[in-house]
Write a new protein. Structure first.
Length: 132
């Protein structure tokens, strides 16, 4: 267990990772693999495959942000060092990958001066190809 130590506190606080769980979920009531359910139940869909087409909306050295075609759904895929140089923002791509939980992206909201996190479905073993 991880914990947070602070000299002003009397004891350490445990560090928790929160996730959503539905105790009524059963094999006869399996959620469909859509964006909302992947976000709501990231560990249920963990290690399952996914295919999508979309546009690259942001790139870092380690991550590719893909907006699914025809939606506002954003997925974050792990970037391969050899592949990232070929990709650019605005490229239309197809992606075959494995769902691996959620990507926790830090961001600063200047309208209310708060630091917060945005969660997106995280894809690993991603094979990203530019559509021609």
């Amino acid at each position: 267990i991880c914990s947070i130590s602070d000299p002003d506190m009397e004891q350490e606080l445990p560090l928790f990772t929160a996730f959503k769980c539905d105790s009524e979920l059963s094999l006869s009531n399996e959620p469909k693999k859509n964006y909302k359910n992947i976000c709501d139940y990231p560990y249920y869909f963990s290690k399952t495959s996914i295919k999508l087409q979309g546009t690259i909306v942001y790139l870092t050295e380690e991550q590719i942000f893909i907006q699914k075609k025809g939606t506002s759904d954003i997925y974050v895929a792990s970037a391969k060092k050899s592949q990232e140089k070929k990709l650019a923002i605005g490229d239309v791509v197809s992606c075959k990958a494995t769902i691996d939980g959620m990507a926790k992206i830090p961001c600063y909201n200047s309208s209310n001066n708060h630091f917060q996190y945005v969660l997106y479905p995280y894809l690993t073993s991603a094979k990203v190809n530019i559509e021609k």
